[in-house]
Design a protein around this ligand. Structure first.
Ligand SMILES: [Zn+2]
Length: 531
């Protein structure tokens, strides 16, 4: 009887401590994080960061992007809309606008002013609501939504149309700023944070390894003639600092150091306290996107000592944030998901060890332009080439009384017969009447937007790399090295475990919606994956 009584008391305590809804949902996106990093870099991880999420969360080990282009802006948009570029419209970080006859940036919007920065930006190019929007819509805006990143697009897109604020890092002064889309002036706490000038302090610091060099033995040699001397030190090995970098460029280069992640962590800690996030009646939402991982990935690649040490230090940032959340909300009262906006390729030379297999984009573009001129008797048919898409000039085609379907088909046929490392060539006509779907077997269709995408799309075979990749890492293919990312849910209502069924990044938003009993985003094509 005594046992039953104490058991009932225990149940009561559990019921009280586990709230009916999470106090806050926290989305953590790690820019360019490959799935395998969770395991390759694990020997350097402590118990409280990635390991805590993996051991006490639900770890989906076979989560993929189900479209190409695998870039930062589409990735963040897809995570938060549960959709793909077909519906959310973010087809790249930049794309060519046929209407404006120039390239545009995904979050540029001249109708707004920069607040604490000069960027005129908004989320309005998004053609879908986000999970953060849906939370706001569910309670008439009482929930607070705040999104932060070093990258403007890494903050603005997750926040959706209805965020209270999106903050991002400003290279000009090392401060965090926002847009008049959200507010007229920065809150006091952001101004106070900026006045600490932490970026200046980080610029003075030296990047040293967290462990002895032998702890990084799975990497290529630290001193490596194929690596870039990013910091102008006359060597490529540790330690690194910004001493030899012109002072006016140092704030920008913080992005390429672990200090970029440290600075964002500092900002999030101030934000959580000063905004009283997760302290109201409603569930709030915090979106955090770490970007230094992408910059260092591009500069050094996935086999460098630099990327391994960057993740070793990011593990500490994650541990620190979880500690803050435990303190503020109580363990189990907040819901976290961690994923990436895309992954990244191996260093091409490590795959093609005997014979290089590179693709020269410039040669290809010139050949297509030459062919188009010879075939159709006019210059300027190809208006632009970006993100592996050819954008044709419809006005030129019409003025020549050409059949646009035929023009596209002929250029596509030329690409097929001329370049044997191009595996797939599609024209927009191939997608007529077809609609993106979660299980679509065509990642190009899922990534294709009827209004914004180009006329002809190409994909190389999976072992040929664009020459511009060099000895580094990049992304934007439909292959596993770019699409396979971590996906872990942790905290409120999550039963720990490991799951290797095939799931997609588009499933994150509907899973959160399902857990919160709210409607999924308007363009959502995913489904809940937590039973
Ligand atoms: Zn990148």
């Amino acid at each position: 009887m005594r046992f039953v009584k104490s058991f009932l008391t225990l149940l009561a305590i559990l019921a009280i401590s586990l709230t009916a809804r999470p106090k806050i949902v926290i989305g953590i996106v790690i820019d360019q994080m490959r799935f395998d990093y969770l395991y390759r870099f694990q020997p350097n991880f402590g118990p409280d960061g990635f390991n805590r999420l993996m051991n006490h969360g639900l770890n989906f080990t076979f989560a993929h992007y189900n479209y190409v282009p695998t870039h930062t802006a589409p990735g963040h948009s897809s995570i938060y809309t549960g959709s793909t570029p077909y519906f959310h419209g973010i087809i790249g970080n930049d794309w060519y606008s046929k209407e404006l006859k120039r390239r545009i940036y995904c979050v540029d919007d001249s109708r707004f002013e920069g607040i604490g920065c000069s960027d005129k930006m908004s989320p309005l190019n998004l053609m879908s609501t986000t999970i953060t929007d849906q939370l706001k819509l569910s309670d008439n805006g009482l929930s607070k939504v705040i999104a932060v990143s070093l990258k403007d697009r890494g903050a603005i897109l997750p926040g959706g149309r209805l965020a209270n604020a999106a903050y991002w890092y400003n290279d000009a002064n090392g401060h965090f700023g926002t847009s008049s889309y959200y507010m007229k002036e920065l809150p006091n706490w952001v101004t106070n944070f900026n006045s600490k000038n932490l970026a200046s302090k980080y610029c003075e610091k030296e990047w040293t390894l967290s462990f002895p060099l032998q702890n990084y033995s799975i990497c290529l040699p630290d001193e490596n003639p194929n690596e870039l001397d990013v910091y102008k030190e006359g060597r490529t090995s540790f330690p690194h600092s910004l001493k030899n970098i012109k002072p006016e460029n140092r704030f920008e280069m913080i992005r390429e150091l672990p200090f970029g992640n440290d600075l964002l962590t500092d900002f999030v800690k101030d934000l959580v306290i000063n905004e009283s996030l997760g302290k109201g009646e409603q569930t709030d939402f915090l979106s955090v996107s770490f970007s230094a991982t992408d910059y260092v990935g591009h500069l050094y690649g996935p086999n460098s000592v630099e990327i391994f040490d960057l993740y070793t230090k990011l593990d500490q940032n994650i541990a620190e944030l979880l500690h803050v959340f435990d303190h503020e909300y109580g363990a189990g009262n907040y819901l976290v998901f961690l994923t990436a906006d895309h992954a990244g390729n191996e260093i091409p030379e490590m795959v093609n060890t005997k014979v290089k297999s590179n693709f020269n984009t410039k040669n290809c573009l010139n050949a297509v332009k030459k062919y188009a001129k010879e075939q159709f008797g006019v210059d300027g048919i190809v208006a632009d080439y970006i993100n592996k898409q050819f954008f044709l000039d419809d006005a030129v085609i019409e003025a020549q009384h050409l059949n646009p379907v035929e023009v596209r088909a002929k250029i596509a046929a030329f690409l097929r017969r001329t370049f044997n490392s191009i595996l797939i060539v599609c024209t927009k006509d191939d997608f007529n009447g077809k609609i993106a779907a979660r299980e679509s077997n065509n990642p190009l269709l899922n990534g294709y937007n009827n209004i914004r995408s180009g006329d002809i799309l190409i994909e190389l075979n999976s072992t040929t790399y664009f020459e511009s990749t060099g000895n580094k890492s990049t992304h934007n293919t439909l292959y596993s090295y770019d699409t396979h990312v971590p996906l872990i849910f942790f905290g409120w209502n999550i039963t720990p475990g490991k799951n290797n069924e095939s799931v997609y990044v588009t499933d994150i938003a509907p899973t959160i919606a399902d857990l919160l009993n709210i409607t999924e985003p308007s363009g959502c094509i995913g489904r809940p994956i937590i039973k």
